[in-house]
Design a protein. Structure first.
Length: 72
């Protein structure tokens, strides 16, 4: 009986742990995409690193266009 309880408990909490990792990854992607990346680009531009900021923006733009064409 105890063995069955332990197995079921591991299954339930294992699924909850997997769900937590998926949710955390989703939140991290949103934060990086919409908050951190634009802030880094703006700080680079304000700090005089516009020669590095523009190629980064071009690369990100190309990746975005390619991903939208592929349907990802």
């Amino acid at each position: 009986m105890i063995l069955l309880f332990i197995i079921l408990m591991l299954l339930v909490f294992g699924k909850l742990l997997f769900l937590a990792f998926r949710a955390t990854w989703g939140i991290a992607k949103i934060l990086l995409t919409f908050i951190l990346l634009p802030a880094v680009i703006v700080v680079m531009a304000l700090g005089g690193l516009i020669t590095f900021a523009i190629p980064i923006l071009i690369i990100i733009g190309i990746i975005t266009v390619l991903c939208s064409i592929c349907g990802k």
